[in-house]
Design a protein around this ligand. Structure first.
Ligand code: NAD
Ligand code: WQD
Length: 356
């Protein structure tokens, strides 16, 4: 519908997408294009490949996807891009996201995630851009006081990465309260996994994956011998950790709902993006074995320091406010992850910047 409206107006709305070449950003760019928007990608490619932009064009048939290689900490460049492309809103994915690395290199995380977001907001003020959707994380909640997590659960992140997300949430809330002409949608993602059903875009971690799903997929494709399961003595149905996994395409669709809410009403909001369903590590392994037809050898090892036993979302607020809920299952997530992993066993091909 938005596509038809925009077509009839003769020009599609441009949305700045910092971090748009990354995992969640690339899937959201596809959905933006499908709905008639033009994403303007800004990325410094610290954790992504320009090849993903080529794949976005391939999936959607859109040849006019602008991509600018830049760091969001370059405020003047952000102002220039926002003005030149007349962006109406920002969907902000750019940042670093590895919890362990954030403990070893906290200043890199505060610089990229907090200073970077500050720079982007300053640029939005200067350019007069009035809407921002921000990628936050369930990690802002910390140790559960009650489950499922609702948006009013106390915020007490337990690592520097989580602190940076919390800090940006505080910054956004203060900015909104100052009536600076910016409204914000803060999205707290649970555990995004899966890939576009085409198998053309997906998560392509550098080195050894930190997260469960890319690790499982690399075992299935033969890149790693077995999965280490971090703990089987938790107080959960099978003893392994429980999480709320969400298909990345469902997540991408939630960004469109959030964007359209911000464009339509002056209010700001914070919502959980999850399914409300918890799955254990062994549930994921079993579902992936079925989807791929491959065995996933595993070994039970000690718990990973800092891991929580179990958590999942209360997704009611997102449903009521945005009319959005997940529609894809764990089986869908595993099938699409396998399409990506088996079609691209070593991730994206090496492509020189400027060649895509
Ligand atoms: P990703 O690493 O694939 O994407 C992030 C993108 O931002 C990358 O393309 C990277 O090159 C770019 N980037 C990083 N710093 C930048 C900078 N200073 N300037 C310009 N570009 C920069 O990660 P993702 O999984 O797609 O996550 C996107 C966002 O969602 C991140 O902010 C992350 O913290 C958040 N998030 C992710 C998860 C998850 O499990 N994947 C969960 C909750 C929240
Ligand atoms: C899931 C489960 C592990 C790997 C992290 C961040 C969080 C968010 C999402 C950004 C746990 C177990 C994992 C492995 C395993 N990111 N596991 N073997 O830890 O819930 O969340 O990513 O915001 O902030 O903390 O996700 O995929 O790492 O782990 O047994 O090799 O799988 O112990 O129970 P996590 P995960």
């Amino acid at each position: 519908m938005a596509g038809i409206t925009n077509f009839m107006q003769g020009r599609s709305k441009r949305i700045l997408v910092p971090g748009g070449a990354g995992y969640i950003g690339s899937h959201t760019c596809v959905e933006l294009i499908n709905r008639g928007y033009t994403p303007v990608i800004v990325d410094n490619f610290v954790n992504s490949s320009i090849a993903s932009v080529d794949r976005i064009r391939q999936i959607t048939g859109a040849n006019d996807v602008p991509v600018i290689e830049a760091d969001i900490r370059d405020t003047a460049e952000m102002v220039r891009v926002l003005r030149e492309h007349e962006c109406e809103a920002v969907i902000h994915f750019a940042g670093l996201k590895a919890v362990g690395e954030s403990t070893a290199q906290p200043l890199d995380y505060y610089s990229n995630n907090v200073q970077g977001s500050l720079s982007l907001l300053e640029a939005m003020k200067q350019a007069g851009t009035g809407h921002i959707v921000f990628s936050s994380s369930a990690t802002v909640y910390g140790t559960p006081v009650s489950l499922p997590y609702t948006e009013s659960h106390p915020l007490a992140p337990t690592n520097p990465y989580g602190m940076t997300k919390y800090a940006v949430e505080l910054m956004l809330n203060d900015l909104v309260a100052s009536r600076a002409g910016i409204n914000a949608g803060i999205l707290r993602y649970f555990n995004p996994i899966g890939a576009h059903p085409s198998g053309l875009i997906g998560e392509d971690p550098n080195g050894v994956p930190n997260n469960l799903m890319p690790f499982v997929a690399q075992v299935a494709v033969g890149r790693r011998p077995h999965l280490n399961v971090f703990g089987n003595d938790y107080d959960t149905p099978d003893g392994t950790g429980v999480r709320d996994y969400i298909h990345v395409v469902d997540l991408a669709e939630a960004h469109i709902a959030a964007l359209e809410k911000l464009l339509a009403s002056p209010d700001s909001f914070t919502v959980n993006l999850g399914s409300g369903i918890g799955h254990s590590v062994l549930d994921v392994v079993k579902a992936f074995e079925q989807a791929s037809g491959r065995d996933i050898p595993l070994e039970f090892v000690d718990r990973r320091p800092g891991d929580l036993p179990a958590y999942w979302a209360d997704p009611t607020h997102a449903m009521e406010l945005l009319g959005w809920q997940t529609r894809l299952t764990l089986e869908d997530m595993c099938r699409d992850q396998w399409a990506w992993q088996s079609g691209n066993p070593n991730g994206y091909p090496d492509v020189k910047i400027g060649a895509a």
